[in-house]
Design a protein around this ligand. Sequence first.
Ligand code: ATP
Length: 324
Amino acid sequence: IKKIGVLTSGGDAPGMNAAIRSVVRTCAYHNIGCVGIYRGYQGMIEGDFKEMGPRSVNNIVNKGGTILKSARSREFMTPEGRKKAFDNIKKAEIDSLVVIGGDGSFTGAEVFNSEFDIPVIGIPGTIDNDIFGTSFTLGYDTALNTVIDVIDKIRDTASSHNRLFFVEVMGRDAGHIALNAGIGAGAEEILIPESDLGLERLLDSLKKSKLSGKSSSIVVIAEGDKIGKNVFELKDYVESNLPEYDVRVSVLGHMQRGGAPSCFDRVLASRLGVRAVETLLEGKSNFMVGILGDKITLTPLEQAIKGHSEIDRELLRVSEIMSI
Ligand code: ATP
């Protein structure tokens, strides 16, 4: 291994910059070259590269987003696109890749490796925390903190007006953000894709909460919940069944992806970057670096892609107990 290419791909997440910095500086530490590849796989196809040294990543450990930009690339899904990408990285003398992204990006890395035998290592970067083989993905902790900050503010206005708020958070397939931020922000109910609460139970729970003397409530809803109504339909449904409730909806959206990474994400990114580069230097390929317990671990990319990251069901029980 003489020169590593690093790229960010798929949805951006806070902590990606800290991971880029870590990869670049670990390369410098081991006296090997490092090239930043812009706009994910699309930049590989277009040869959008920049040699990076330790000083080119000054002042980014604290920044959200990704200085290398991210993209989704349709062209990389085709053999012709990947051939162009290979020709470019060969010309630039890049002999291995660190891919920071989600499972789609890892799939791209695996396909590329199988065709051109370029060693690849993945670093999980996505706020959704939906990747098998790591308890935390980069950006997840920051997103949780962002969400609870906002819900705290919503609670102020909810309690001043005795209102019920439905707060929709990101998570099309995974309820990690909703479940953890919901508990952290003291939500009355949490609706996630992994568990269908059912409309009747939601109404019952809201009725009970009114009777128990609560003047305002927050319900946290993941985008992909299975209750069968979108958040605005749910508002109408609840208002027509429980006229005592004045419901407001807040869809948090992309703010959840932004902001300065938390200390946890910065430290995790630094650790994962070091391990990614050193794993390549050990002659290994097709692994994702992750964290399980307090240990940095390697999971075969294939497992990381195919495996499912389960939610902690005990948290559902904790949430239920907290909302008594
Ligand atoms: P997020 O979790 O934010 O969605 P992701 O990494 O899963 O991130 P995707 O859009 O699924 O994001 O994938 C990113 C890119 O990876 C795609 O735009 C494409 O270029 C590449 N990719 C995904 N799947 C494949 C595949 N089967 N073959 C080749 N390339 C792929």
